[in-house]
Design a protein around this ligand. Structure first.
Ligand code: PLP
Ligand code: COI
Length: 336
């Protein structure tokens, strides 16, 4: 095993001991196998390579204060992946199979789980794709479901340090009646050009507006948009072109627990200048505050430090995930 400097982990692929691989053929999933070689062989005509039948998930397992390892809300990831799969005519991976796969891979890769108090987590990447050959535009008749894991630290350098976001009006990530609410691989491909342009201009993150009018905030290519309004409410878009984030759902619950009012509604770009805190939330980014949002010649500034409400929500979420405080909503599942 490679020496891992736990404190310096970012968000990059690291090969671990093995992954797990299931095949769907003749209407059913096989028993799966643990594989140490991290390459696969598929037909050059596999659907995924041409017509993009591919969906994925992202979740984390944590080394907790009591020495146990727990995943966070993995059932929700299972049902979201089933919804995504259905949208691109792929068979559902049942929740029990999804969880079995996760359990097996984690148990085989214990030494890759960042130890408690290093700030890291084991990122879990389940994905499903059409592996059978097709020429015409049709669903595949064979599928793979694979889960791999990798130890991770913060997605954006600096962790909870605010980052600068940009809105690029020439680009949309999804369509008004499109697939933004599903976790399709193709959605991420559609965001890559704008992300590259943004990075070249010095912005690590792109904020997308609603694809119909460019009037409302949608989300980022990696995460949902959250804000703390002038009146101190937790506000997040209810757009049908954004991914239903499990982190956002959790933060909404934690905000309510703390007595913070929550509004899930369309957010006009015009309104954001009045927000006290703005940020991105998701499994990989946790909460990443924004220091600014730039759109053409306008830049809105929100400060160089994480605001107090996001800080409180961030630490409460992390404390639940690391088992430092009681998991009152029953979000964690013990694996080891
Ligand atoms: N939005 C997009 C586009 C994402 O890729 C992600 C990450 O999965 C999220 C939102 C956040 O979702 P979750 O909190 O379930 O990780
Ligand atoms: C996650 O947060 O798990 C994601 O899948 C986002 C990904 C773009 C890194």
């Amino acid at each position: 095993m490679a020496q891992i400097d736990w404190g310096r982990l970012g968000f990059e692929y690291i090969k671990t001991n093995c992954h797990i691989e299931y095949t769907y053929k003749n209407g059913k999933w096989d028993d799966g196998k643990l594989v140490d070689n991290d390459t696969i062989e598929i037909s050059i005509a596999a659907n995924v390579l041409h017509y993009g039948q591919a969906v994925f998930e992202g979740l984390k397992a944590f080394s907790c204060a009591d020495g146990k390892v727990r995943t966070f809300r993995d059932k929700d990831n299972a049902s979201r992946m089933a919804d995504s799969a259905k949208y691109v005519s792929m068979p559902e991976v049942p929740t029990a199979l999804f969880q079995e796969a996760i359990d097996k891979v984690i148990k085989e890769n214990i030494e890759y789980i960042p130890p408690y108090d290093t700030g890291g987590a084991l990122y879990i990447r389940p994905f499903e794709f059409g592996s059978g050959p097709v020429m015409g535009v049709n669903p595949s008749d064979e599928y793979k479901f694979i889960v791999y894991v990798a130890p991770v630290g913060p997605y954006y350098k600096g962790g909870i340090k605010p980052v600068n976001a940009i809105i690029l009006d020439d680009f949309d990530r999804t369509a008004p009646n499109g697939a933004g609410m599903y976790k399709l691989a193709g959605n991420y491909a559609a965001g890559m050009h704008s992300s590259k342009l943004a990075k070249e201009k010095g912005y690590p993150i792109v904020l997308f507006l609603d694809p119909k009018e460019h009037k409302y905030i949608d989300e980022f290519s990696t995460s949902n948009f959250i804000g703390i309004s002038e009146e101190g409410k937790y506000v997040t878009p209810n757009s049908k072109s954004v991914l239903p984030s499990i982190t956002n759902k959790s933060l909404i619950q934690l905000a309510r627990d703390l007595g913070i009012e929550v509004e899930i509604r369309p957010i006009e770009f015009e309104e954001v200048k009045n927000f006290k805190e703005v940020g991105a939330c998701g499994t990989a980014v946790v909460i990443t505050p924004l220091s600014s949002i730039t759109r053409n010649n306008l830049t809105l500034h929100f400060g160089e430090e994480c605001g107090p409400v996001f800080m409180k929500l961030y630490s409460t979420l992390r404390d639940i995930q690391y088992g430092k405080i009681s998991d009152i909503h029953n979000w964690n599942r013990e694996i080891i």
